[in-house]
Design a protein around this ligand. Structure first.
Ligand SMILES: [Zn+2]
Length: 74
């Protein structure tokens, strides 16, 4: 095994390690992102009831009194 082969092997191992660490970090970051806050929060203007609904709806009907409410933006 020549010196250039050793260097090449070292570089390949180093690059592979860096890529593995990068992928691992990315997977960890995705896993720890909050998933509970994806739902939209609504607060009824008539009775004050606070509830959540799917993120793709702009307006949601109150479960208590039927009033149509808009989502609370943070
Ligand atoms: Zn209500």
């Amino acid at each position: 095994m020549s010196i250039s082969n050793l260097i090449l092997t070292y570089v390949v191992v180093l690059m592979g390690g860096l890529i593995a660490v990068g992928v691992y970090t990315e997977l960890r970051r995705r896993r720890f992102q909050p998933s509970a806050s994806e739902d939209r929060i609504f607060r009824c203007r008539r009775c004050g009831y606070v509830y959540t609904d799917d993120p793709d709806v702009d307006r949601s009907r109150c479960v208590q009194c039927g009033q149509l409410n808009e989502a609370i933006e943070f």
